[in-house]
Design a binder for this molecule. Sequence first.
Ligand SMILES: N[C@@H](CCC(=O)N[C@@H](CS)C(=O)NCC(=O)O)C(=O)O
Length: 308
Amino acid sequence: MSDLILHHYWPSPFAHKIRLALGLSGIPWKSVEIPRVPPKPLLMPLTAGYRRTPVLQSGADVYCDTQNIVRALAEVTENHQLLPTERREKILAFTDWVDGTVFNLAARVVLTSALDTAPAEFIQDRGGLYFGPNWTPEGLKSQLPGVILQLAAHLHSIDSGLSGQGGLISNELSYADVTIAYLAWFIRGRWDQGPEFLQQFANIERIEREVHDVVCEAYEDLPAEDALKLAANSESQSPSGVTEQCGVALKQGMQVAIKPQAETSDQPVVGRLRYLDRFRVSIDHHAPEVGDVVVHLPVAGYQIQSCE
Ligand SMILES: N[C@@H](CCC(=O)N[C@@H](CS)C(=O)NCC(=O)O)C(=O)O
């Protein structure tokens, strides 16, 4: 297995989720810090234009999106603590809902409370990413009480699903618990009323504590240029081939564009289709800085379109 390199910045909640996941599994990793807003000139050659955070690199294989990264961690390291095989799909369904619905509400609360203090460039960028092109500061402010109520309703149901001990899915902490922990970490650290708000959810606070207590941080810093060189000197270890699926005419080698299904300002990732199954889509990508790499995205939550 080649070194696992996380391209991230420290305040990113989704990156925090992967840092916790790596820590809980005891997997050592290399840390490349990337900018919080574009341009990201030392990331783009690797990702074919995917600009979100984090990205996991293993040699010439580049995994985008945290759901996909967690699946890849289990495959590449053969460590199944995060996603025990028999409970994997249940955990991923729960975490997909948290990352989409629940995180989006938390991001609305955090962004609304930062409207008058965060740099305008940051607010503009994140507004477009999370709320589409038609969001306004006034709209966010007027919806805030209703958004807090929705967030509290979802957290109440997660909290009641947790018993007095153990994780959400079993006695062992899993990726489901890591997901609860990153969400609580985000709400606590980025919203001034977060610590008080979270006191309503004693079980969530317990999981947040237990996950953070148990992780060991085994990382080393790596300059971004070295990560690019490493990709250039490696070959992808991932498979190729397109699994036939009912109603889908995509073929290996076709030029495709892939972007999040939601209304966002993300640019599509474009490349030749190399691999497709029920969960993952991979494209071949070439850039002078990295040579040939393979960029992997999840199928669920992304729109894959032929450009031919
Ligand atoms: N669905 C993505 C969402 C990732 C995401 O939205 N990350 C935030 C940071 S926490 C982001 O990319 N912000 C914009 C940026 O970093 O350029 C995932 O699970 O990885």
